[in-house]
Design a protein around this ligand. Structure first.
Ligand code: OXD
Ligand code: MN
Length: 584
């Protein structure tokens, strides 16, 4: 294969082969037939189950190991020389020590197994932001998922061939492309490590096959390592959806949406509009649902590309009335969902009212009514091209111009439905204190707020205080910077019921945001930012009384005083010395 012309690729892959001792090496090139063969072999090996071809063509079910169902934050490390470079929000280890430890655990672990080599790109290959990587893995499931979530084709392989590279002699030496080394080992949670080596452009992950831990192009490369490069090179690698909104008679405007994990980013990116809006000609186009890379263009505008090639989303709550359901009708890999034996399809919470009687739970056991744990972090993975409302700009190497950035967490009070930041710096401050109330009954921290700055707490690969400064610096270079907004879809009334219906109805708030961007309407001033006048939020056709609307658009300064104290102690922990004027 010609990619071996690249000396660093050839020498690295050879070294990995020597250390891990596989029975065979399989190079992936994106060929459809090759991917079909992989799936066929995975079915033969009991790793994938083929679902009903008539109802769900080319769809498969995978069950993970029982103790390998989510990202393992406590086992995730940034490995750089100085602890302070990783900062207080990351687990840290010295690079050589971490490397030795992981090699000792995983060497020879490909023995009697196949080694898959996957050259991939994050971002459209022609984009100035595109990053190349090679993932090596012994898991056919991980290899197949990589073919969905990253770009893997002849254009990518050509890019590798054209790189002038020398031998990769030492495994911690740096290369221009990212080395992504994954070993399933025996999925032992006690020996699970997801280690990032930003100085070496290297990721080493062992003992987990879960998406965020094992698909190394995603959170590991596109956020943790990319955020470090972005800080050095003056761009942004962010945990954000990218969405285009078309209003009647107007051009599509693009915005980024940043909500912490589990707060509806994918829903927002694939928003299904109320009929009254589609009838008037509104449209929503998805560019990305999880990871945005943003760069300042030659006109000083911020432009975004989606770093990924697919969607790896949570199934819970998806039903036929959602747009997401349109993306996962075919060519989809489902993980840890329920298996409906009656028709060989899948089921998850919210798909329909009742759990199908004759079904297996996520572990493959017969479903028992009394158990709540029939699914575990049920997920789908599908190519973005499968989604009917994928933006035509998805492959545009220059990306789309961003007019607004929307941040939001889940707060039962305090944060109004929507607030426009007074300027870039104020918006960065608001994003730095993004927070969600813990509501899960199983979490002992119920009632506390979890701060998740820019929803990057788990994904920023360097010191968070430096990350905030980087955002301020980017703002200084922008001409006509995107406006920054904060939204809260989760405010509750005195009966603890969520007031705002959310989902497609959020277009009513987006409409206000776009009117503000276009300078069509005025607003009220407040300490938290500019707020809408009641008359400017369209509530026609909604079941929302005046009292509730007032509550949604009211900013409670007494509660804010309390919040400022919490923010101060949060900043103390992070060693953040800026933004003092907002929390005096
Ligand atoms: C994700 C996450 O899976 O943020 O995207 O956890
Ligand atoms: Mn995410």
């Amino acid at each position: 294969m010609n990619i071996l012309k690249n000396k660093s690729v050839a020498s690295w892959v050879n070294k990995i082969k020597e250390i891990f001792d596989p029975s065979e090496v399989i190079w992936l090139n994106g060929d459809v037939k090759q991917i079909e063969n992989l799936k066929e072999n995975a079915v033969k090996g009991g790793i994938l189950f083929r679902l009903n071809e008539g109802i769900m063509p080319n769809c498969f079910l995978h069950r993970s190991s029982i103790n390998d169902v989510a990202r393992s934050e406590s086992r995730t490390f940034v490995c750089c020389d100085k602890h302070e470079d990783a900062g207080p929000t990351n687990n840290w280890q010295k690079p050589h020590e971490a490397f030795e430890k992981l090699i000792n655990i995983s060497k020879n672990s490909y023995r009697n197994r196949k080694m898959y080599v996957i050259p991939f790109a994050m971002g459209p290959p022609g984009s100035p932001l595109c990053k190349l990587g090679i993932q090596v893995t012994d898991s056919v499931y991980v290899a197949i998922m990589m073919t969905i979530m990253t770009r893997l084709n002849s254009q990518v392989i050509k890019k590798f061939e054209s790189l002038e590279e020398t031998m990769c002699n030492d495994l911690l030496e740096t290369t221009s492309w990212t080395r992504c080394l994954h070993a399933s080992c025996d999925n032992d949670p006690e020996n699970r490590y997801i280690c990032h080596f930003p100085q070496s452009n290297f990721i080493f992950s062992i003992n987990s096959n879960y998406g965020g831990n094992a698909l190394l192009g995603k959170k590991c490369l596109a956020l943790r390592l990319a955020s470090v490069s972005a800080n050095k090179e003056g761009w942004l690698a962010e945990h954000m959806a990218i969405v285009g909104i078309k209003r009647p008679g107007k051009e599509i405007k693009y915005m980024c949406a940043c909500f912490p994990s589990g707060c509806g980013k994918t829903d927002f990116a694939m928003m299904k509009l109320p009929k009254s809006y589609t009838e008037r000609g509104y449209e929503v186009w998805c560019v990305g649902d999880d990871i945005a890379w943003l760069k300042i263009d030659s006109n000083g505008r911020l432009r975004a590309i989606n770093a990924e090639n697919g969607f790896f989303g949570a199934c819970s709550g998806i039903n036929k009335d959602t747009n997401i359901s349109l993306a996962i009708k075919k060519n989809t890999i489902f993980t840890n969902v329920m298996h409906n034996l009656a028709d060989n399809t899948v089921w998850w919470d919210g798909l329909s009212k009742d759990v199908p009687e004759n079904s297996l739970n996520w572990k493959g056991e017969h479903w028992e009514k009394q158990l709540e744990t029939n699914q575990k972090n049920a997920r789908f993975a599908v190519s973005a091209k499968n989604y009917p409302y994928l933006s035509k700009e998805f492959d545009n190497p220059e990306g789309v111009v961003i007019d607004a950035i929307i941040f939001g967490g889940k707060r039962k009070n305090l944060m109004p439905l929507v607030a426009e930041s007074k300027d870039w710096e104020h918006g960065v401050f608001m994003a730095s204190v993004l927070s969600t109330e813990i509501t899960s009954a199983v979490d002992s921290n119920v009632g506390k707020t979890r701060r998740d700055p820019f929803s990057m707490l788990s994904f920023c690969g360097y010191n968070m205080a430096d990350y905030f400064k980087h955002w301020l610096n980017v703002g200084k270079k922008l001409v006509n910077a995107p406006k920054i907004f904060h939204v809260n879809w989760f405010m509750q009334d005195e009966k603890d019921e969520i007031i705002w219906p959310g989902f497609g109805e959020n277009i009513r708030v987006v409409d206000w945001i776009l009117d503000r961007i276009e300078n069509n309407i005025d607003c009220k001033d407040s300490l938290i930012g500019f707020l809408p006048y009641e008359k400017d939020i369209n509530t026609k056709g909604m079941n929302l009384n005046e009292k509730h609307l007032n509550k949604l658009l009211f900013f409670d300064e007494e509660l804010w005083d309390k919040e400022k104290k919490e923010i101060k102690s949060f900043y103390d922990k992070l060693n953040v010395g800026i933004f003092g004027k907002y929390i005096k």
